[in-house]
Write a protein that binds this ligand. Structure first.
Ligand SMILES: Nc1ncnc2c1ncn2[C@@H]1O[C@H](COP(=O)(O)OP(=O)(O)OP(=O)(O)O)[C@@H](O)[C@H]1O
Ligand SMILES: [Mg+2]
Length: 256
């Protein structure tokens, strides 16, 4: 199977603290892979590095066979990696559809500025962007709310909107950072269905998730981080039975 994302010997230091220490793993095309671990394990830091928001200290990251470490975030978006954020980051003074359109502009030829200035080349594209954005909203079940203010959406639906915005960049790989956090059981279940539906459209998924039921249900493979180190990798069953993983989680609960 094709390797999509290769994390090789990645270390990230913040002063004296190693948020990631010599972490290596691969995400294969078409799979749902999860990255789990106690608070502070380095999961979000890894996303920040893969998306070019933070530089790495050591190691390499390759996407579809090409190095991407050191590239700017918008280049990495154009290569085909999109993400959502642990604490939903929407443009609050924009409508639901405008949030999706902004994701779409990251992908178009004329770009955000030509569109903002309504330059002629942008007008035809704009129409297409509206239609594509509506389709994406329909895909996540938000098309009826396209023209509402995004900040007025219930929290669970804001998570869906953020996913739609990420999909608007036409990613090959989608990084989700705790998409089920703050959702009730029913909402988490419909999120699982949405994630599977996204995978079925051909998008590979890397998932950071604290909700074990969600991670176990969805993942083809799981990587476990603890204090910046990879302590286990395997199928959900293999990881669940791993003594080091059990002790990392029990230890975490004991101190929580
Ligand atoms: N910009 C930063 N400057 C200094 N330290 C940081 C920075 N970002 C993260 N850290 C530290 O790096 C470590 C890993 O943090 P990270 O946010 O990646 O953990 P996480 O696995 O996503 O945790 P959580 O499950 O709580 O979201 C933590 O000790 C955190 O305090
Ligand atoms: Mg995090």
């Amino acid at each position: 199977m094709d390797k999509m994302l290769q994390i090789e010997n990645v270390t990230k230091s913040f002063g004296g603290l190693s948020a990631l220490a010599d972490v290596s793993f691969t995400v294969t095309q078409g799979q749902i892979k999860s990255l789990i671990g106690p608070n502070g394990a380095g999961k979000t830091t890894l996303y920040n590095i893969v998306t070019g928001v933070e530089p790495l200290t050591e190691g390499t990251i390759s996407f579809l066979g090409q190095r991407i470490d050191g590239y700017k975030p918008h280049i990495i978006t154009q290569r085909g990696i999109a993400r959502t954020f642990q604490n939903v980051e929407l443009f609050e003074n924009m409508s639901v559809i405008e949030n999706v359109m902004l994701g779409r502009h990251a992908r178009t030829k004329t770009g955000v500025f030509a569109n903002a200035l309504r330059l002629p080349a942008a007008r035809g594209e704009e129409h297409e962007i509206v239609n594509q954005s509506l389709e994406l909203l329909e895909f996540v079940g938000l098309d009826q709310r396209a023209h509402e203010d995004s900040s007025g959406l219930p929290f669970g639906l804001q998570r869906y909107l953020e996913i739609a915005r990420a999909l608007a960049t036409e990613p090959k790989l989608l990084l989700l950072d705790e998409p089920a956090s703050g959702l009730d059981t029913a909402e988490a279940q419909s999120l699982c269905e949405l994630i599977l539906k996204i995978r079925d459209t051909g998008v590979t998924i890397l998932l950071v998730e604290h909700n074990m039921e969600v991670a176990m249900e969805l993942s083809d493979e799981i990587v476990v981080l603890n204090y910046g180190m990879k302590i286990a990798e395997g199928t959900p069953r293999e990881v669940q039975d791993d003594p080091e993983v059990v002790s990392a989680y029990l230890g975490d609960e004991a101190y929580a």
